[in-house]
Design a protein around this ligand. Structure first.
Ligand SMILES: [Zn+2]
Ligand SMILES: [Zn+2]
Length: 399
């Protein structure tokens, strides 16, 4: 058996214990204080240089090899979600209303395991490995916060690797694929302005609810009628608020939603058509509108061709070829993209569905993962970093 996989297997109990401890004590984005302290203590115990407070609550560990060489960034996210856990497992969340419902507890545990593997093998590779334990992945801008705090400087990494446990796919499968993997995500806000009045005298009003429902219907035609069918796009309205009483015609309605795309031109098309549709529907009724795209934007996760080859080589050194799979791109977003936008890299989806338990999907109160993948995930990322540092292929700067 590959010695790195063998070493990861000796960490099985620790990985489980770390993950369950983190699972019991989940923390929301930018408040991962206990989690960050656990990570930092662990890294220091291994003799790894540690910087805390990167991107508010992030932690960076710098593992140095046997001499000068390239730099690898390995990224693990740490935050939980505002969800009340209903799994009933013995190690369920003790923090009411907060739950690790996306598997980031597993990612953090994997990162701690990777640190242990790398620290024991410092003599076997040149260069350095930056271990980033990132805060606030769940739509809060944690990756950008760490970039603003200099995680990509001194030294600048040559390549970035990361993974996500995903319980939609059977345990043991590794999706190592170049190109588009996860969508870009935008948030929008729409406000329809009508004229309120008496429910019995509609002739004197402009009914914002009527206008907004027509607008919502018309907006949903953009993906089916304006976006070329071979392109991928989603437009979802998640919030719809208006009105105050049964006998009052609503003056305003607000709608918030999200766009998911891969192609920037399609994103531009969606935004332009949304504005045109809103203008047309509102004009037909004498209403007015405001339409704003949130500043917050997560780019698409697009894996770099050659960096993905490095990851594939590393995976095949550890696992049988049939464990490498392929999936269609997912319309969920991941801010690993902020690193992959700036560096060559590869993000791996790790199948983690427990074979014999009913679990909910990601971001669900019944979510869980198959913990055996902690060992394999740690082995894979440690081996990918070591493989690259020992054979630093030239990576083109374009994906
Ligand atoms: Zn998530
Ligand atoms: Zn996630």
């Amino acid at each position: 058996m590959n010695p790195i996989l063998q070493q990861a297997q000796t960490l099985h109990d620790s990985l489980l214990q770390w993950r369950r401890d983190l699972h019991q004590h989940p923390e929301l984005g930018f408040t991962e204080v206990r989690t960050a302290a656990k990570v930092a203590d662990h890294l220091r115990d291994l003799g790894i240089d540690v910087i805390t407070g990167i991107g508010k609550t992030g932690v960076v560990g710098m593992v140095k090899g046997n001499g000068p060489g390239p730099t690898v960034l390995l990224r693990f996210d740490m935050d939980a979600l505002p969800i009340s856990e209903e799994t009933g497992v013995a190690y369920a969340s003790q923090n009411q209303g907060v739950m690790h419902a996306c598997g980031h507890d597993g990612h953090t545990a994997i990162g701690m395991g990777v640190a242990q593997i790398l620290a024991a093998r410092r003599q076997q590779w040149p260069g350095q490995i930056k271990l980033l334990f990132q805060p606030a992945e769940e739509g809060l801008g944690g990756a950008m916060a760490t970039i603003r705090d200099g995680v990509l400087d001194n030294p600048r990494p040559d390549v970035a690797f990361g993974l996500h446990l995903w319980n939609q796919y059977p345990r043991g499968q590794f999706m190592v694929q170049a190109g588009p993997l996860m969508a870009a995500a935008d948030r929008f806000r729409i406000r329809i302005q009508g004229r309120g009045g008496h429910g019995g005298q509609p002739q004197d009003t402009i009914d914002a609810i009527l206008v907004a429902t027509q607008a919502a219907n018309a907006l949903h035609t953009i993906v089916s009628r304006n976006v070329p069918p071979a392109e991928m796009a989603v437009l979802s309205i998640g919030c719809f608020h208006g009105g105050s009483a049964f006998n009052i015609i609503a003056e305003t309605v607000t709608m918030n939603g999200t766009l998911r795309t891969f192609n920037p031109h399609i994103r531009d098309l969606l935004i332009r058509r949304m504005d045109e549709v809103l203008a047309g529907v509102c004009a037909a009724h004498g209403a007015s509108y405001e339409f704003e795209m949130d500043d917050f934007f997560t780019p698409a996760v697009i894996n770099h061709q050659q960096a993905t080859e490095v990851m594939r080589t590393a995976a095949l050194q550890l696992f049988a070829a049939q464990r490498l799979g392929r999936i269609s791109p997912m319309m969920v977003a991941e801010d690993m993209s902020e690193f992959l936008n700036r560096l060559p890299g590869c993000f791996v989806i790790v199948g983690a569905r427990p074979p014999d338990a009913e679990v909910g999907p990601h971001h669900n109160p019944h979510f869980n993962i198959d913990e055996t993948m902690l060992v394999d995930g740690a082995a894979l990322l440690a081996n990918a970093a070591i493989t690259y540092l020992n054979h630093p292929v030239a990576l083109s700067t374009s994906p």
